[in-house]
Design a protein around this ligand. Sequence first.
Ligand code: ZN
Length: 60
Amino acid sequence: MKKEVTKSPKVALCRECHGTGLMRNVYGATVIPCPQCEGSGRVMVSCTMTLDIRPYKEKR
Ligand SMILES: [Zn+2]
């Protein structure tokens, strides 16, 4: 039986920019707002897990 577990959204530190809200471009010359958190440094994270639960019967 498959069971879906949803975790409610929570605020977390943005891992793309490490909470700074800023990212350097590939050349390291220009600082741009982080595209993941749009410069806020924080993101909302939610997740949905699917658990696959089956009966386990020990063989005798
Ligand atoms: Zn960010």
